[in-house]
Design a protein around this ligand. Sequence first.
Ligand code: HEC
Length: 190
Amino acid sequence: MVKVFRHHAGTGSHGRVWSRVILSLGLGLFCATFAHALPWNDDMYWQPELEAGTAARPPVADSVPTTGIEPPMSSRITERIKAGLRVRNPAEPTPQSIQNGEGLFRIYCAMCHGEQGRGDGQMVGKVVPSSDLHTERIRNQKDGYLYATIRSGGLVMPAYQHALSTTERWDLVNYVRHLQQQGARRDQSQ
Ligand code: HEC
């Protein structure tokens, strides 16, 4: 009797173990299916985060970038004139600088100012008024004025403060001067 009871008890406990295993597997599968439907898998996305491009820590007060700092400039005409008197062109108009400026001019400026700076780019008449860079007024402006215009923009002209480096902007000034000299030479020989 005892033997039989033990035998039955043994089978019974095995059966319970298996049914528990199957039940938990089933429950696991059931939960996994629903877990996918719940918005749990995007909580990495919704975590607190810094906006793209913001520094984790602001720079120490009065720290200066290794490329140096520029005096404040704005697109206001009076400010650009002031910059013209204050800022000196540090880039020698070497063939290298002019060549670099030419490449940049084709990419960033020719669509409005035209390849030769005559104010006949493809955008003229559509969204922007024409701006000839060979006029006497612009030829007589200081390098710093041209630089400030490229850096901070004009009334219509966009600012290139973030798109171009300081050196690239001075190379562009040198190239605009080069175009003006070429233009003046051509005008004289006509
Ligand atoms: C979207 C068209 C557009 C683009 C691109 C553009 N400019 Fe201009 N630019 C103008 C217009 C319009 C003016 C006339 C003045 C204004 O906007 O206030 C001007 C004026 C100027 C002036 C003379 C400032 C004055 O007092 O009139 C210079 C120098 C100049 N641009 C250089 C550049 C250079 C260099 C680039 C390329 C980095 C460039 N521009 C890109 C539209 C443009």
